[in-house]
Design a protein around this ligand. Structure first.
Ligand code: NOJ
Length: 540
């Protein structure tokens, strides 16, 4: 079995992880300090979000030099030191590849915008007149006027993130060159930012095209063939039909993809992420079911609840008050029991929660732009703030809570963004000191994945499919069975008899409550979750 089928990835958003030099901004030195913590958790791969040179309009997703480390984050020597430390511990490092766009301060764009005749002009996408009213993901038009050449350039994200023109073979060559440069340095692979957008047709609302797959195959040939490389595509437009196209090994594109359908269920369809709708757990189950089936023996999936763009999962789908620990563990179990490679986002392993700051404390360019746009569209401030509390990206970007010390032990200076006020209650030091911690629950889930091949190999079937109070499924493989049930409510739920019957004569391998009852009727306590396993009978 390929190693990554049993691996668990931990995402580090360095800016908010640990500050080692007191400037209030997390850095590579901070990650180095915490390598043993990550090793203790048991994760196999660290995904580091961008640490390259950048003016930081979008916290590093706007790169001005792909070959340099941003001094805010440290030095190339430190990056190499980190890589060595991870490798010494048998861990791997993947970095972010952001090549749908560059920063407007990249030397290619500087040359492109100054002179139509520059060879770099065609590295970007230009129009003399904007062709449509297409809106960027960060509000406002995708077209921005450039006086020097009297044209408009195209940007799907902020206007400081001009999109690269992938049709130009020289652009592709430059990208392959930088990928190879990093791989030669010894990093183990990449998480590829909005990679499904590289084949878009500018000016049309159509975001994806067959071209994307051609480019990825070309990239594979030029960079990954003959090497052991781990690649995961951020493919927000992927569907159960296209996800296998990206990730089937014989197509030679990517190792796996991030699908986002399960995280788009709390918005009014077609209205963008800020117009909120209550989660329907049955819808969530159906989405997972379809994706689990679509990729079974047909590509590979990534399993994730959180990342630096998403709110905290325990606030989003669990209970971040009374049942914080129980619900954080339940959500973890339901996700980690499925097929795919799980990703843990920093702080998830201690149950970090969303924040509700006054507007002036938000830092994210997406949030700041959205407020202006929605006010102009007539939204009330109350509705806007509700959207930010529920979905704002800064929920995930408050500093990692290491201890009850000032600023949660994140920095000796003043943090670039406010710390979640609950840090004295929720922090790593405290979590590590208690029995039955969320942290140790994650450790168990990681070990279970390593021990039981059925988690990586088994098929998937929902149980009690129509019951919106619980999320339950069975995995089967080689005569073995693995059952998971999670109570998605803060109430007691009598486990449907369909499930209680099936789990007779099986062993409980993990639960999130101390004592599990062994009666005929299983009554699930608030957010209780249980995992059962049954070995092949003929083996006994
Ligand atoms: C997706 C990244 O995850 C997000 O943080 C970023 O703003 C956009 N891509 C643009 O690079």
């Amino acid at each position: 079995m390929e190693w990554w089928k049993k691996a668990v990835v931990y995402q580090v958003y360095p800016m908010s992880f640990k500050d080692s030099n007191g400037d209030g901004i997390g850095d590579i030195g901070g990650v180095i300090e915490k390598v043993d913590y990550l090793n203790q958790l048991g994760v196999d791969v660290i995904w580091l979000t961008p640490v390259y040179e950048s003016p930081m309009d979008d916290n590093g997703y706007d790169i001005s030099n792909y070959y340099k480390i941003n001094p805010l984050f440290g030095t190339m020597e430190q990056l190499e030191e980190l890589l060595g430390m991870l490798h010494d511990r048998g861990m791997k490092l993947i970095m972010d590849l952001v090549v749908n766009h560059t920063s407007d301060e990249h030397e290619w764009f500087r040359a492109a915008k100054a002179d139509k005749k520059s060879k770099y002009h065609d590295y970007y996408i230009w129009e003399e007149k904007p062709i449509t009213g297409q809106q960027s993901f960060f509000s406002g038009s995708v077209w921005e006027y450039n006086a020097e050449t009297d044209e408009y350039y195209y940007h799907l994200f902020s206007k400081r993130q001009p999109d690269l023109n992938w049709k130009n073979p020289n652009v592709r060559k430059e990208v392959y060159q930088l990928i190879n440069w990093w791989l030669d340095k010894g990093i183990n692979g990449f998480r590829m930012d909005v990679i499904d957008l590289i084949g878009k047709v500018p000016g049309k609302e159509l975001m994806i095209s067959p071209q994307t797959h051609e480019y990825l195959q070309e990239m594979h040939q030029n960079c990954f063939a003959g090497r052991e490389v781990f690649t995961v595509g951020e493919t927000s437009f992927a569907t159960p039909i296209t996800a296998p196209m990206y990730s089937k090994p014989e197509r030679k594109e990517l190792t796996m993809v991030f699908g986002f359908e399960h995280l788009g269920l709390e918005e009014v369809k077609g209205n963008g992420k800020w117009d909120l709708k209550k989660l329907d757990v049955n819808e969530l189950k159906q989405v997972f079911k379809i994706w689990q089936h679509a990729l079974y023996k047909n590509g590979w999936n990534s399993l994730f609840w959180s990342n630096h763009d998403q709110p905290r999962i325990v606030s989003r789908m669990g209970d971040d008050g009374r049942y914080r620990r129980e619900s954080a563990k339940m959500l973890a179990m339901v996700l980690h029991g499925m097929q795919g490679t799980p990703y843990i986002y920093q702080g998830e392993e201690i149950g970090m929660t969303n924040v509700e700051f006054p507007l002036e404390d938000y830092k994210d360019v997406e949030t700041i732009n959205m407020v202006q746009e929605k006010l102009a569209a007539g939204w009330s401030m109350e509705k806007i703030m509700k959207g930010i509390y529920a979905k704002g990206r800064d929920n995930a970007r408050t500093p990692m809570q290491w201890s009850a010390k000032e600023y949660a032990g994140f920095t000796n200076g003043t943090p670039w963004i406010k710390v979640n006020p609950n840090y004295s209650e929720i922090n790593v030091e405290k979590e590590l000191s208690i029995e039955e911690s969320i942290f140790s629950f994650y450790q168990s889930l990681i070990q279970i994945r390593k021990t039981y091949d059925i988690i990586s190999e088994g098929d998937f079937k929902l149980l009690a499919e129509e019951d919106a109070r619980i999320f339950s499924y069975v995995r089967t493989w080689n005569g073995q069975e693995l059952y998971v049930v999670g109570n998605f409510t803060g109430e007691e739920v009598v486990c449907p008899s369909e499930i209680s019957k099936l789990v007779k004569n099986t062993d409980i391998i993990l639960t999130n409550y101390k004592e599990t009852q062994l009666q005929e009727e299983i009554v699930l306590r608030p957010y209780e979750s249980i995992m059962w396993y049954k070995a092949d009978d003929s083996m006994e």
